[in-house]
Design a protein around this ligand. Structure first.
Ligand code: PMT
Length: 406
């Protein structure tokens, strides 16, 4: 009964590709349906060798789609109709072949064609042999898909059908359903009517028309937070220094460059924002002088004089009005707790999300992060390594919990 409430009415398009783990996709179909989702299944030709379409048809209570040219309804084009219908598409199990075709934009069957046509979030749950998943070509393809904004449900370690023991088992259907449920935020639009502002990426401090000072931030953490907040119904403004990442659905993207331009953009929204989340890696210093022309090299050393930038988090934290929530991040390489707590009080934030950017799997550019969240009421939440999307969901959940208790 609990599940039914959580996913009620969501349209889930399940793409099943060929591997022994297809049997788990049968259980996944059943669990998604029990959870209240409307499920439609696309089955690849190879997947149909393992389990016939009828099993999926019975469990989903919908037609099963196997062929691009098998149009079931003459009024619509099936792959476009499916692509538009879905609130979320999940490829499970995803074979190395399907992942490779997706990463290269190949559309040579119903599943890959539909995946190119959809604007909905796409998730991939790989299942394959332990050596295949660590093959450089597969690793490269997965990285490409991460960069394209595809979300992964990483495979488990365990006994594999090929006889090996290792990483490559399709995640259990219950866990996949739980992740999808989390993604939809338990279907609670509990941030509806709230305005959330997120900063993301590395600022660029110019010294002349061709050179600037910057850092390694890609914006991934901030984009994940913007998406998590939008999924909970918030009106989200994402002030970012990059447009290299796909902007999450429904989020307003504002492109900025330097610390000063980010400060100005944030100020524009200062009065009417309810929740500020500052993930951007903002320069603390900017060149005192910006040369109009490219600086020519000269004999000897070259010194650049820098001045302090405005501290956006500190300004907003200090000036916040009752009811506004301010969340800062802390990128540290040592003394995480001491430094994070110092930032929490000095910048008058409600939360500081601290990450040790020297730690593997955390910080800049990675798809995962390892964070500890410090609240100004003394609460501390130490999270394990998680996908940035999951870290984002946890942060949003904590903010909501706090506001419910106040
Ligand atoms: O973008 P990714 O590649 O996904 O990487 C994510 C991340 C490592 C950038 C992110 O997890 C993170 O740690 N962000 C904070 C980076 C940072 O600049 O930390 P800081 O400790 O230097 O700054 C503390 C806080 O003050 C931050 O919220 C920062 O946005 C804010 N700040 C800093 C300087 C300044 N002039 N104005 C600010 O608002």
């Amino acid at each position: 009964m609990r599940w039914k409430f959580m996913m009620n009415g969501k349209n889930i398009l399940l793409a099943v590709t060929g591997g022994i783990a297809v049997y788990k996709a049968v259980a996944l179909t059943s669990k998604l349906t029990q959870a209240g989702a409307n499920v439609k299944v696309m089955l690849s030709e190879h997947a149909a060798n393992f389990v016939p379409p009828l099993s999926f048809q019975v469990l989903s209570r919908n037609d099963v789609y196997t062929d691009t040219f098998d149009e079931k309804d003459s009024r619509v084009v099936a792959h476009i109709d499916l692509a538009d219908w879905a609130d979320l598409v999940i490829v499970a199990p995803a074979t190395a072949n399907t992942i490779g075709r997706m990463a290269n934009g190949i559309a040579d069957d119903l599943i890959t064609t539909t995946l190119l046509a959809t604007e909905s979030p796409v998730w991939v749950a790989p299942a394959m042999n332990v050596h295949m998943i660590s093959h450089p070509a597969v690793v490269r393809n997965i990285e490409q898909l991460y960069a394209d904004g595809i979300r992964f449900i990483e495979p488990e370690e365990g006994y594999l059908a090929c006889g090996y023991v290792g990483r490559g088992r399709l995640e259990e259907p219950e866990k996949i359903v739980a992740r999808i449920e989390e993604f939809f935020g338990g279907d609670q639009h509990d941030l509806a009517g709230k305005k959330v502002l997120v900063t993301a990426g590395a600022t660029r401090e110019r010294i002349d028309p061709v050179r600037y000072f910057t850092n390694h931030s890609t914006g991934k953490m901030g984009y994940a937070i913007a998406e998590a907040a939008a999924l909970r119904g918030a009106e989200v403004t994402l002030i970012a220094t990059t447009n290299a990442l796909p902007v999450p659905r429904g989020v307003t993207h504002v492109l900025v460059d330097s610390a000063e331009s980010m400060y100005q953009a944030v100020q524009t929204h200062q009065a009417d924002t309810d929740i500020f989340i500052f993930t951007a890696a903002v320069a603390d210093y900017t060149p005192l002088e910006v040369h109009a022309h490219k600086i020519k090299k000269q004999p000897g050393d070259f010194t650049v004089s820098m001045k302090r930038t405005k501290d956006i988090l500190k300004t907003i934290g200090t000036e916040k009005r009752p009811g506004q929530v301010v969340v800062g991040f802390a990128a540290e390489t040592q003394d995480l707790e001491t430094n994070a707590k110092k930032k929490l009080s000095e910048k008058n934030a409600d939360f500081i999300v601290a990450n040790n950017v020297a730690e593997s799997g955390a910080g800049f550019g990675t798809d995962t992060n390892i964070v500890t969240i410090y609240e100004d009421n003394g609460a501390v939440h130490e999270l394990p390594i998680l996908a940035k999307a999951e870290v984002a969901q946890k942060i949003i959940a904590l903010i909501i919990k706090r506001s419910e208790n106040e």
